[in-house]
Design a protein around this ligand. Structure first.
Ligand code: ARG
Length: 461
């Protein structure tokens, strides 16, 4: 048991208490960020004359060596240390003696851990941004390839109006694009440096907080030292952004499970992204889509945990905050993993274009267009709606589609029908002509694809 705070105690800690209190099992992951923060702190201490230049150099070199040794496997982070901060300081002191004990001058583990966590989140936001960018590129490729893949659009999971696969996946492009923007907003807001806040009330040493902040790539030092050590808002924001990313993937995965089913057969998930059954030889299951959908629960759970941990905490630091780590790490790992798999599944998924088109012909998806056809011939929309409603009833009775009726039969409902109705009823016509901005029509899609392309060009990461 190596502790940083033994001086005030006359008894050693009960083993059970020690284990309960320790965080090394999970915060060891923050070693690179912890070293990075310490290097900046030491550099600033030396620049301010709080440490000598020689001490600063000696500590910095030893810190770099500790990181290198852990990375190359020659130094193990073991559970005999309470947390990653204690580990670093203990090894440092063991290796360089007196100078090592000076690292923590003007610092507390409270501002230290707050800094580590922010550095971690910032890195992960950048990595997530890269994953979202790759996903958006995949969606853009799907859009470009499928502007003429006609399919039913749904409301209430009932066929509604014909759209295209490009239009459908274009909707997801918008969602994941907003997700990227949300992460960028969070990164901007959280980018202040806690170091120098000390335990809660700053310190008497002449620290240069601006310098430390700039060394670590923060925009500024956090303005209030009590807020600096007790702020976890940015984690709530991150987990909320992650919950939304996961929700967007989950909705799409739900659709893919349905579309990949025997009854729909709209798409086929690639063999490399499917799994089999141990008993039913014929099975090819959409496990990946299901798991992405299923893992959404963990991510939502993490958001709830974080909100709940924070809800009653008086200022400033409380040990409860140590609980911010495990589920945040898990949520970040889960979403990153899901983004990789979801992107891979999408980029290899085959669209069964004939089945999609056939599906668009069913369910009277062209009924609105039939009414619009009548409006084009001078019939008021409300009357047209009734006429087509009556025709749908008749077709339901006969078990046929609107386009299976002859012109003569149609004329019984309205005199204005003529041969050109068949062209108007095709899914191609119905979708292509919907050119209001944002619609599935050819011109609207051309503009949307153009806009997405330039967005991807402008925001390369
Ligand atoms: N492991 C602790 C955490 O994650 C580090 C900070 C400890 N500070 C303290 N005052 N006990 O929050």
């Amino acid at each position: 048991m190596a502790q940083l705070w033994g001086g005030r105690f006359t008894k050693s800690t009960d083993q059970m208490v020690y284990d309960f209190n320790a965080s090394i099992r999970f915060d060891r992951r923050l070693l690179p960020q912890d070293i990075q923060g310490s290097l900046a702190h030491v550099k600033m201490l030396a620049a301010q004359g709080i440490l000598t230049k020689a001490e600063g150099k000696q500590i910095a070199e030893a810190l770099e060596q500790i990181l290198a040794d852990v990375r190359n496997g020659s130094l193990a982070i073991t559970e005999e240390y309470e947390d990653v901060h204690s580990f670093v300081e203990a090894v440092l002191t063991e290796r360089i003696g007196e100078a090592g004990k000076k690292l923590h001058t003007g610092r507390s583990r409270n501002d230290q851990v707050a800094t580590d966590m922010k550095l971690y989140v910032r890195e992960e936001i950048d990595a997530l941004d890269g994953l979202l960018y790759t996903l958006l590129q995949t969606l853009e490729q799907i859009m470009e390839a499928h502007t003429q893949t006609y399919m039913p659009g749904f409301t209430h999971l009932q066929k509604a109006q014909p759209v295209t696969a490009a239009h459908h996946f274009g909707a997801y492009f918008e969602m994941f694009r907003r997700d990227r923007e949300r992460l960028a907003d969070i990164r901007k807001r959280m980018n202040t440096c806690p170091l120098g806040a000390g335990a809660l009330a700053g310190t008497t040493y002449p620290l240069d907080r601006d310098y430390t902040a700039s060394l670590l790539g923060f925009d500024a030092p956090a303005a209030n030292s009590m807020d600096a050590v007790s702020d976890r808002d940015y984690l709530v924001e991150l987990l909320s952004a992650l919950a939304l990313i996961q929700m967007h993937m989950s909705r799409s995965c739900e659709e893919i499970c349905i579309w990949n089913s025997d009854d729909y057969r709209y798409v086929e998930i690639d063999d490399a992204f499917s799994t089999g059954s141990s008993i039913m030889p014929q099975k090819k299951n959409p496990d990946i889509a299901e798991l992405v959908r299923g893992k959404t629960g963990r991510v939502y759970g993490a958001l709830m945990q974080m909100l709940t941990v924070m809800k009653g905490l008086p200022l400033a630091y409380n040990k409860d905050m140590q609980e911010d780590k495990e589920f945040s790490f898990d949520a970040v790992d889960t979403v990153s993993g899901c983004l990789r798999l979801y992107t891979g599944m999408l980029s290899t998924m085959r669209f069964r274009e004939e089945n999609l088109r056939k599906a668009a012909l069913q369910g009277f998806t062209n009924a609105t267009d039939a009414a619009d056809y009548l409006v084009g011939k001078g019939v008021p929309f409300r009357d047209a709606h009734t006429v087509i409603g009556n025709m749908v009833l008749c077709c339901l009775d006969k078990g046929c589609a609107l386009s299976d009726l002859s012109v003569a039969e149609m004329k019984q409902f309205s005199e204005v029908f003529s041969e050109d109705i068949y062209e108007a009823l095709k899914p191609e016509t119905c979708a292509d002509r919907r050119n209001t901005a944002g619609g599935p029509g050819k011109e609207a899609m051309r503009q949307m694809i153009e806009r997405n392309r330039s967005y991807l060009g402008d925001t390369i990461c």
